[in-house]
Design a protein around this ligand. Structure first.
Ligand code: NAD
Ligand code: FES
Length: 279
C-alpha cells in the first residue's frame, strides 16, 4: 500500500496529493508518470509527476476531479492509502542542453510542466514560463513557478487577472521581442499544443508536446494510447509521453480523445457503460 501523506485543494477543481513511494521517488524524472489504482475494484489511471522528494521518499501528483476515479481520489484524506502506485513510466523529457526555454502550461497542464521548468532553471537555463487559465480563480502554482523561472507570464481567457489572452499570444509576443528560444515545451489541452506548435514552426524552434491520450496498461500492450507522429503511430506510454510538436497529428489525437466520452460519463454517474449517455 502507498500511504497518502498530504491532500490539499488548489482550487475548486484541482487537488494536490503527496504519496509515499520511496523507490519511485529515487528514480522518477520530469515528464515521467505513474499508474495508480485506489483499490482492487478501481481502474488504473496514469498521472504525471508534479514533484518528487527522494529524501522524504514522496511523489506529488496534481489532478482534476473530472472522471469517476479522480473524483474518488479527490475524496481521499491524509492517512488513507492507495493499492497500486506503479512507476516511473514513460520517458523523461529531453531537457539537456537547452539554454533559453519557454515552458507553457495550459490549465492543469501547468502542474505537469512545472518539474521541467524547475529542472531547467536549476541547470542554468533561462526559463520563461507561460501559463493560461480560464479565469484568475483557477491559476495554479504561481509561487512555485516564480521561484523556479526567469519570467512568469500568466494569461486568463477572461482577463480577470488583468492579462487577457491565450498562451499562444504571450508566446508570439515573446518571440517578437527577440526571446530566441532553443526549446519550447507545451503541456495542456491538445488544441493548445496544436497552436503552440503552429506558432513555433515558422521559426524552427524545437517544440516538445506532452500527449496524454487514454491509457489502459501503460506498458505498450493495449494500443489505447496511440498517437500519430509523422507517418507512424507511436505509443504515448512507452515512446512518449513527449513528442516533436511539429510532427504530431493533433487533429487525429482530438478525434481519438472523444471516442470514449460516453463510457467515461457513464462511469462517472455509476451507470452501466453499455447503457450509453442517452439511455
Ligand atoms: P483550458 O481548456 O482551460 O485551457 C487552458 C489554457 O490553454 C487556456 O487558458 C488557453 O491559454 C490555452 N488554450 C486553450 N485553447 C487554446 C487555443 N485554441 N489556442 C491557444 N491556446 C489555447 O484547460 P483545462 O480546462 O484546465 O484543461 C486542462 C487540459 O489539459 C485538459 O484538456 C487535459 O486533458 C490537459 N492535460 C494534459 C496533460 C498532458 O500531459 N498533455 C496533462 C494534464 C492535463
Ligand atoms: Fe496501452 Fe499505451 S496504455 S499501449
Amino acid at each position: 500500500m502507498y500511504p497518502i501523506e498530504q491532500v490539499e485543494a488548489l482550487n475548486p477543481e484541482v487537488t494536490r496529493m503527496v504519496v509515499r513511494a520511496p523507490e519511485i521517488a529515487k528514480k522518477i524524472k520530469p515528464g515521467q508518470f505513474i499508474m495508480l489504482r485506489i483499490d482492487e475494484v478501481g481502474e488504473r489511471i496514469p498521472l504525471t509527476m508534479n514533484d518528487c522528494d527522494p529524501e522524504a521518499g514522496t511523489i506529488t501528483i496534481i489532478f482534476q476531479a473530472v472522471g469517476a476515479t479522480t473524483m474518488r481520489l479527490a475524496q481521499m484524506k491524509a492517512g488513507d492509502a492507495l493499492l497500486d502506485f506503479a512507476g516511473p513510466l514513460g520517458n523523461p523529457t529531453e531537457l539537456e542542453g537547452a539554454k533559453r526555454a519557454c515552458v507553457i502550461g495550459g490549465g492543469l497542464g501547468t502542474a505537469i510542466a512545472f518539474p521541467q521548468a524547475k529542472w531547467l532553471y536549476e541547470h542554468g537555463c533561462e526559463v520563461d514560463v507561460i501559463t493560461g487559465f480560464r479565469n484568475v480563480d483557477l491559476v495554479l502554482l504561481e509561487d512555485e513557478i516564480d521561484a523556479h523561472s526567469t519570467r512568469q507570464i500568466i494569461m486568463t481567457d477572461d482577463g480577470s487577472n488583468g492579462n487577457k489572452g491565450l498562451v499562444t499570444q504571450a508566446l508570439q509576443q515573446r518571440i517578437d521581442e527577440g526571446a530566441d528560444y532553443d526549446l519550447v515545451l507545451a503541456v495542456g489541452p491538445v488544441i493548445m499544443m496544436k497552436f503552440v506548435a503552429a506558432t513555433t514552426k515558422p521559426y524552427g524552434i524545437k517544440t516538445l508536446v506532452s500527449m496524454n491520450p487514454l491509457m489502459i496498461d501503460g506498458t505498450g500492450m493495449c494500443g489505447g494510447c496511440r498517437v500519430k507522429v509523422g507517418d507512424e503511430y507511436l505509443h504515448a506510454c512507452v515512446d512518449g509521453p513527449d513528442f516533436d510538436g511539429h510532427l504530431v497529428d493533433f487533429d487525429d489525437a482530438m478525434r481519438r480523445g472523444v471516442m470514449y466520452r460516453t463510457f467515461e460519463s457513464a462511469a462517472r454517474e455509476g451507470r452501466d457503460c453499455n447503457e450509453g449517455e442517452g439511455a
